[in-house]
Design a protein around this ligand. Structure first.
Ligand SMILES: *Cc1c(COP(=O)(O)O)cnc(C)c1O
Ligand SMILES: [Zn+2]
Length: 423
C-alpha cells in the first residue's frame, strides 16, 4: 500500500536570481522583481510513490495531483469541481490539414468557462491557508471572473479592475459574486496602476494576485500538463499549441512535464510548446524570432482575442526559456484568420472555442504547411475557454421573419454552408 503526504511542497525560489523565500509566509515577487517558483521534494515523493498508479482511483478534478500542489492541508482546498477536462479528437480538422492525431483539450468546460479557474482554485486555496483576507488584481476579464468566483467561495474579499471593453460576461461574473469591480478606460496595465493604493501595508491591505506576482496561480495551471500526461497514458504528446498572453499556462505545463521526468513517472522527450499570439500583440513571437531571451513591451496592443492582449508579460523570460528547452516555437495569427478558424471549427467539429483557442487552431495549419508538425505526431490544441463567453463578438447571420412569413427551400443554406456527414 503506497502512502504519501498530502503535499511535497518545500520551498520558494526566484526564477531569475535563485534567492529562496519562506514558503509558509505570504510572498509576492522576489526582491529582484522576478516571479518566485514553488519547489517540491521530488526525491521523497519518488521514494514514496515510484510511479503514478496511486492517482488512478481519485476523483476527476485537479486535486488528484495534490502531492504536486502547494496546499498543505485538504481542509483548505476551495473547489468547484475544476479539472480533468476532456481531450477531444479533431479528426475532421486534422484531415483538412493532413494530420492524423489532432486533439483538443477543452478548458471551456471548467467553472467560469475558462482555464483561469485552475489558477484561481489553487491560488485562492493557498491564500486561504496562509490567512489572506483580501485580494486584488487587474485582469482582461477571465482571470478576474475566476478569482472573484473562488474568492466568494472562500469568503475572501476581492477587488478587480478590468478594461471597460472586456467581455461583458466577465464583468457580470465579478459583479454577481460580490467583487468590488472597477472598469478602466484603458488597458490592463492602466487597470493595475489604479489598484496600487490598495497594496499599501496596513490592517486592510489587499494582496496582489496579478499574473505571476504570487507563486501559486502557476501551480494551478501546471495541472493542465499533469492531466495531459495522464490522459496520454503517462506519456507526453509531441506538440502543444497554447494561446499565450501572460504565459502562465505554458510555463506551468513545462514545469509539470519537467517535474514528471524528474520523478521518473514519465519518460521521453518533452512536448514541443508553441506560443500562439495575435498579430496585434505578439511580444513573445517577436522576441523568439529575434533570438532574444526576454520580451520587449508591445506598443498599441489590440486584438479580439482579449485573453492574450498582454503587451508586457512579466514572465516573458520564462516563456522564452520554456520554448527553448522544449524545442518549441512561436506563431502570430491575424484577427481575421482566427475569426475564420473559430467559425470553421464550430461547423466541422461542433466545438465553439474562444478566440484565443481559435488562434491556436489557425496556427496548426501554419505549422503543418511549414513542415514543423509531422503527420503522425500527437498534437494538442489547448482551448483555454468557451466561445460562449465571447458570444457578443459573434456576427449572427439570420434573416428576421414577421408573423406569417415562411421559410422556403430557396432561403435555406446550400451544401457548402454546413458540414458533410461524418465518415
Ligand atoms: C488568460 C487567457 C489566456 C492566456 O493565458 P496565459 O496563461 O496568461 O498566457 C488565453 N486564453 C484565455 C481565454 C484566457 O483567459
Ligand atoms: Zn530574484
Amino acid at each position: 500500500m503506497i502512502q504519501t503526504r498530502f503535499s511535497y511542497f518545500n520551498g520558494l525560489r526566484c526564477s531569475a536570481c535563485d534567492e529562496t523565500y519562506d514558503p509558509d509566509a505570504v510572498q509576492g515577487l522576489c526582491r529582484c522583481g522576478a516571479p518566485l517558483l514553488a519547489g517540491y521534494d521530488l526525491a521523497a515523493l519518488a521514494a514514496d510513490a515510484p510511479g503514478p498508479d496511486l492517482i488512478a482511483g481519485r476523483s476527476p478534478d485537479l486535486w488528484r495531483y495534490h502531492e504536486l500542489l502547494p496546499v498543505r492541508s485538504p481542509d483548505h482546498v476551495v473547489s468547484l469541481g475544476e479539472g480533468m477536462t476532456p481531450l477531444i479528437p479533431l479528426d475532421r480538422l486534422g484531415s483538412e490539414f493532413g494530420l492524423n492525431r489532432v486533439t483538443m483539450k477543452d478548458e471551456g468546460l471548467l467553472p467560469t468557462a475558462s482555464f483561469k479557474a485552475r489558477g484561481a482554485a489553487v491560488g485562492i486555496s493557498r491564500a486561504k491557508e496562509l490567512g489572506v483576507r483580501r485580494i486584488c488584481m487587474p485582469t482582461n476579464g477571465n482571470a478576474g471572473a475566476a478569482w472573484a468566483t473562488y474568492a466568494a467561495r472562500a469568503g475572501i474579499r476581492a477587488a478587480v479592475s478590468m478594461p471597460i471593453d472586456a467581455p461583458l460576461v466577465t464583468r457580470a461574473e465579478c459583479d454577481i459574486t460580490g467583487a468590488e469591480l472597477f472598469l478602466m478606460d484603458g488597458l490592463i496595465g492602466d487597470a493595475g496602476a489604479a489598484l496600487r493604493p490598495l497594496l499599501a501595508p496596513g490592517e486592510d491591505s489587499y494582496f496582489d494576485v496579478s499574473t505571476l506576482k504570487e507563486p501559486y496561480r502557476l501551480e494551478g495551471k501546471k495541472t493542465m500538463g499533469l492531466e495531459l500526461a495522464e490522459q496520454f497514458g503517462w506519456r507526453f504528446p509531441d506538440v502543444i499549441l497554447y494561446p499565450t498572453g501572460g504565459g502562465v499556462g505554458l510555463i506551468g505545463m513545462h514545469k509539470a512535464f519537467s517535474e514528471l521526468v524528474e520523478l521518473g513517472w514519465v519518460k521521453g522527450r518533452l512536448p514541443r510548446l508553441v506560443a500562439v499570439q495575435a498579430e496585434g500583440c505578439a511580444p513573445i513571437v517577436k522576441a523568439f524570432e529575434a533570438g532574444l531571451d526576454r520580451a520587449e513591451p508591445w506598443p498599441d496592443a489590440h486584438t479580439v482575442a482579449f485573453g492574450i492582449t498582454v503587451p508586457n508579460p512579466l514572465g516573458g523570460a520564462l516563456i522564452l526559456q520554456a520554448l527553448a528547452e522544449s524545442d518549441g516555437t512561436a506563431v502570430a495569427v491575424s484577427d481575421d484568420d482566427l475569426v475564420v478558424a473559430q467559425r470553421r471549427l464550430s461547423q466541422i467539429e461542433g466545438c465553439f472555442v474562444c478566440p484565443e483557442g481559435a488562434a491556436a487552431v489557425h496556427a496548426l495549419g501554419v505549422l503543418q504547411k511549414s513542415g514543423w508538425i509531422g503527420e503522425d505526431e500527437n498534437v494538442v490544441i489547448l482551448n483555454t475557454g468557451s466561445g460562449i463567453k465571447y458570444s457578443d463578438q459573434v456576427k449572427v447571420h439570420a434573416p428576421v421573419l414577421s408573423i406569417g412569413d415562411v421559410v422556403t427551400p430557396a432561403m435555406v443554406a446550400g451544401p457548402e454552408a454546413g458540414g458533410s456527414p461524418r465518415a
